[in-house]
Design a protein around this ligand. Sequence first.
Ligand code: KIV
Ligand code: ZN
Length: 526
Amino acid sequence: MRVYIFDTTLRDGEQSPGVSLNVKEKLQIARQLARLGVDVIEAGFPFVSPGDYEAVKIISREVKGVTVAGLARTNFNDIDQAWEALREAEQPRIHTFIATSLIHLQYKLRMTPEQVIEATIAAVKRAKSYTSDVEFSAEDASRSDLNFLCQVLEAAIAAGATVINVPDTVGYATPNEFAHFISEIRQRVKGIEKVILSVHCHNDLGLAVSNSLAAVMAGAQQVEGAINGIGERAGNAAIEEIVMALRTRRDVFQSETNVRTEEIYRTSRLVANLTGMNVQHNKAIVGKNAFAHESGIHQDGVIKEPTTYEIMRPEMVGVSHSDLVLGKHSGRHAFRLRLNELGYTLSPEELNTAFERFKNLADRKKGITDRDLEAIVEEELRLIPAKYNLAYLHISSGTTIIPTATIGLKIGEEACVGQASGRTGFQPVGLLEEAACGNGPVDAICKAIDKITGYSCTLLSWGINAVTEGKDAIGEVTLKITSEHNKKTYIGRGISTDVLEASARAYVNAINKLIWELGEGKLPKN
Ligand code: KIV
Ligand code: ZN
């Protein structure tokens, strides 16, 4: 049986607390999702914000070979706006929803069951007037009265819905119960055999993947989820876990997806980098330790025969296995070749800057691994033009002095277009320098950068991850700032073997995103 994968990283995933992606970031994730081979990309909820509307519109225009869905409540304004955003998609899908549980009807919607059925019919018909592909979701389905739920689903099918989605909105179901629920729906709802039956599980009890797989066993043909399992509260079902469970245990599930599993790791990294939501080390499939063998007995077994302790090969999900690949004597040619092998094609300008960073790193670090290379390239392949770049930093800090930072930023001007990438950028035109004191060295760095850029931002969070092992490992700083100008949150990432340099790079990256979003005309100075 074919199982369709519906990815909602850009809609439900983006509803994760603290996550906010700009349009370019969403487009980059959508392109990677298409490369991954998901069947449907839910690109956003067009009525809720102009940013979502724009993202759905651009993704619909640019990303082909995949169905693009836009979410809409049952009211006509939502549906009309969703269609406006989706109309250029090759395969547009309007996804409309209304809650069906008594709790939601009474306290949230203040609607009677009859009104919910009427709204469902009207919404599906309205959506159907725009596109043949209409998905209907019964929000909080798993806590709904089964008889009433079946009536609503039947009405949606009769009105023209082609996909019927059964969400476990609050992550309350258990696998056996949910499988039974799906079987009942399949037996009771007239016309269900004509449509695709879908499930959408949340992870409040840590059961989202189990519930989704139990539903597949009970006949669900579409599974919804998000990369790395991100989403509202405890998140959605993790797409990579579902896909790999279906592939690895084909004997049990007798199902297959269209996903190119070798793209999983790269997709996971991209989503983690752009959302700022790091993946826990022991996370299945994409965690840092997912394929690491610590104990001697296990290592010995894997060396003799990988299948002793590995049920999947790391290569199957795109995790590269080579160790030390390049060093300080490696040339540009070897560097470019290795990047090509890792799947990166850089323009000549991008290659120059990445090679410069690599040489710099090779002076400070003995052996450079694939992960180091990926970290460099991911930092260099910025999606937005960088108005500011770190030129240098000096820090004086200690237990008995006031932390002070002196920062030099290269400032760029005049947008130019990178030849190969087509991305706009800035030509470096000068150096700006400032110094500031702070409560700690990171605070001093942020204040000095604020003095240069003229923006006043608050640091909401700061975190560091070691990209590789060892004292000379690259540190990857991810931070979140909020700007006083528009009260929005921006995520910045920076890498270096020096934690403070990585922090400065991350802060500058976040400021560049703010500047890009505000538009050049609104710069406070410079
Ligand atoms: O969790 C949920 O019920 C949803 C629906 C809108 C599909 O996200
Ligand atoms: Zn959801």
